[in-house]
Design a protein around this ligand. Structure first.
Ligand SMILES: [Zn+2]
Length: 369
């Protein structure tokens, strides 16, 4: 059993554990609603703010701003959705070895608890602080109806955004790879497998094409930090169920990641050239690679509070931060110490949550007062 040393730790742990109990994943929209209600109930105790819920394609987001401010200087951004675990009883947590362990503890119910706590406390302490809060519910499925919608279509803007969904306590993410999720398909006609020359086997042609792709992406490898384009085959299937029959269609999905200066168009052209005319492609989702410019004040506050230098890191995965950076808004991506993300044993380190709270608090006070 972990002894919690401060009231702040107790509060952050209780709030995180309450959030983990709500299985707010995409397969349970009622629980996503319940999680929003839980958060709104907390926020409603503040008089000085306006809470607005937005919907796009049935997916909800929350924007909380001080009265009379629609362009806050700082915007805290988070998401309440977690990835799906099939068993509802998995959504619980335990506190051991100074960590909260449970699904979503690190990504990002623990960081969300810090956002809520710092938002509530600073708005209660000072009048007219120009900072807001945006919480979405579709980050784990791409963020299109959440953060992208808020910035591209609602026109939400801020001077700086804080997104605690990447990096670590002393590691600020300054670059994220771009993403292409691609479905590829091939058609042919089936035959008895004893006479394959009578058919035209699309599965074999698809497999050949994928292996051409692999060779090509292998040739782009450079350095030891994998900061080059990668292409992973994630699904390969055919509707054929018969062992002695060749299929008439085959389909695969690819997950491609690439750093700047590569662009989505360049990557798609490259892939289409290698696949050739016989393979149809369909882009499921794409996002450009992003570079962020963190606020120097944030870096110095982090170093002051932790007593350690800050490292600027590149991230292989993408986050909602790209939708904000896209509008040339400085984004700061860092978070408490977390691990085992997306597993049932996901964890967040409790004392790093407290340190992270103090970094946010001091940065916001310096920036806004
Ligand atoms: Zn996340």
């Amino acid at each position: 059993m972990t002894k919690l040393s401060t009231d702040l730790q107790k509060k952050l742990v209780a709030l995180t554990r309450d959030l983990i109990l709500i299985p707010s994943d995409e397969s349970r929209p009622d629980d996503i609603d319940r999680c929003f209600e839980f958060i709104i109930n907390h926020l409603e105790s503040l008089d000085s703010i306006v809470i607005k819920k937005h919907y796009h394609c049935g997916i909800a987001s929350l924007v909380v701003l001080p009265k009379n401010i629609d362009h806050p200087k700082v915007l805290l951004c988070g998401h309440l959705d977690v990835i799906t675990h099939s068993n509802t009883h998995s959504y619980r947590s335990q506190v051991t070895d100074g960590k909260i362990i449970g699904p979503g503890a690190g990504d990002m119910k623990g960081p969300l608890a810090v956002l809520l706590e710092v938002f509530m406390n600073l708005h209660a302490k000072y009048d007219d602080l120009s900072f807001g809060l945006a919480i979405t519910s579709d980050e784990e499925r791409g963020g299109d109806a959440g953060m992208r919608f808020l910035f591209d279509e609602i026109g939400l803007r801020c001077d700086v955004a804080l997104v605690p969904d990447g990096g670590s306590l002393n590691e600020i993410t300054v670059e994220e790879k771009g993403i292409v999720h691609l479905k590829i398909q091939c058609n042919g006609h089936s035959a008895h497998a004893a006479r394959p020359w009578l058919g035209n086997n699309p599965l074999e042609r698809l497999v050949d094409a994928v292996s051409r792709l692999r060779k090509s992406f292998d040739s782009l490898k450079e350095g030891i930090d994998h900061w080059h384009p990668t292409c992973a085959l994630t699904i390969l299937k055919t509707s054929n169920q018969t062992v002695n029959c060749t299929p008439s269609e085959a389909e695969a999905t690819l997950d491609i990641r690439f750093p700047a200066p590569y662009t989505v168009d360049q990557i798609l052209n490259h892939i289409c050239n290698i696949l050739g005319d016989e393979i149809d492609t369909h882009t499921i989702m794409s996002a450009e690679a992003t570079r962020f410019t963190p606020d120097p004040l944030y870096l110095s506050v982090s170093e002051e509070i932790t007593g350690k230098p800050t490292l600027q890191k590149k991230e292989d995965g993408g986050s909602d931060a790209r939708f904000i950076g896209h509008h040339n808004i400085p984004v700061i991506v860092s978070r408490p110490i977390v691990g085992e993300l997306h597993s049932l044993d996901e964890w967040i380190d409790i004392s790093s949550m407290e340190t992270f709270y103090h970094i946010y608090e001091r940065y916001l006070e310096r920036k806004l007062l």
